[in-house]
Design a protein around this ligand. Structure first.
Ligand SMILES: [Zn+2]
Length: 104
């Protein structure tokens, strides 16, 4: 078993555990539906604050797609942290912000 020790490249310091036991919902590329849910840990850089997910549990939950979509909703309702993992960069929806950043 390999040891995971995430280091922030920018800050040159080890990331600290922010939260043990978050859920990672992996999504299909073609329809953005959940195909697996795995427990992992969230780490955070004490310098720049970047967060990453690592320390995945060996076994993921794989059921019928509808079950997993329902499970994600239940986890969120219970106050659990669910991180989505897309197979490619998702298209970000603009949140009422102008297209162009204002010049500084
Ligand atoms: Zn950092």
């Amino acid at each position: 078993m390999s040891r995971t020790k995430p280091i922030c490249v920018e800050c040159e310091i080890e990331l600290k555990v922010e939260r043990c036991g978050v859920y990672v919902a992996e999504l299909f590329q073609h329809d953005e539906k959940v195909y697996s849910i795995t427990m992992a840990d969230m780490h955070k850089c004490p310098g720049c604050g970047i967060k990453i997910i690592t320390g995945f549990a060996g076994r993921s939950t794989e059921h019928h797609q509808e079950d997993l979509e329902l499970k994600v909703r239940e986890l969120i309702k219970r106050g659990e942290i669910v991180i989505k993992s897309h197979e490619r960069l998702p298209k970000r929806q603009p949140e009422g912000q102008p297209d162009a950043m204002p010049a500084l």
